[in-house]
Design a protein. Structure first.
Length: 249
């Protein structure tokens, strides 16, 4: 039997071109989701990912490129997804900016940049998507960080922005229920940043983690899939995918 058009669930994933975002995209696609995949600058990586996914299942993806700091551009991501697929069942706020902001040198520009990607954009994307998600009894998953609860020294603004996103997760669970579930995933010791940050103590961090190993992007992606698809009585929660690291911080 030929599958009816637009019968598959659709998820919009921000920051989907690389690393955890790409793992989330592959995991959701393998589970039968059609995907609107966003990037900011990594268009070549996104195009390669989409080419691979399209080879597996034709007409199953949409490429979106936008600067999430531009609030006026955020509704277009949702509109373009609806125009392409006719529905929206899930939103994964994965895109994030991460770098150190020592107190003596932090600037308002850094504050704005870190809050824009980690708190403001996820909130206003949720606002833009809310009516469509209500129609589908959909779900939002926010990619958080264990540092939202236990701030990382030297990263105060990033930690504060993630704390705001954590508060947003609980607030939107109240506001969008009962139709829409809103949850978060807080990874830890999964993928080391690529921005030049030194992690000379990687072995020490892993040794202090109860599972005694680093996690993978796929570990995070499977948690996202569970929250979107299977966790029908879970909302307002943050799942720590950190091997127990948060217990030792």
């Amino acid at each position: 039997m030929t599958e009816l058009p637009n019968s598959r669930p659709v998820v919009l994933v921000t920051g989907a071109a690389r690393r955890v975002g790409a793992a989330i995209a592959r995991t959701l696609h393998a589970a039968g989701y059609d995907l609107a995949l966003h990037c900011r600058n990594s268009r070549s990586e996104l195009d390669a990912l989409i080419a691979d996914l399209e080879q597996q299942r034709a007409s199953s993806t949409l490429a979106l490129q936008a600067e999430l700091a531009d609030v006026e551009a955020l509704p277009d991501l949702v509109t373009d997804t609806i125009d392409r697929f006719g529905r929206l069942d899930g939103l994964v706020n994965n895109a994030s900016t991460f770098y150190s902001t020592p107190l003596q040198s932090v600037t308002t520009k850094q504050w704005d940049e870190l809050f824009a990607s980690n708190a403001r954009a996820p909130f206003f994307l949720a606002k833009a998507a809310a009516s469509h998600l209500r129609e589908r009894a959909g779900a939002i998953v926010n990619l958080l960080d264990i540092y939202a609860q236990r701030p990382l020294p030297g990263y105060s603004v990033y930690s504060m922005a993630k704390a705001a996103q954590a508060a947003m997760t609980a607030a939107l669970a109240h506001e969008l229920g009962p139709q829409v579930r809103v949850n978060g995933v807080a990874p830890g010791a999964v993928m080391w940043p690529e921005n030049g940050t030194s992690y000379a103590n990687k072995d020490e961090i892993i040794a202090r983690t109860p599972l005694k190993r680093a996690g993978t992007a796929d570990d995070v992606a499977r948690a996202v899939l569970w929250l979107l698809r299977d966790a029908s009585f879970v909302t307002g929660q943050i799942v720590r995918v950190d091997g127990g690291r948060s217990l030792a911080i």
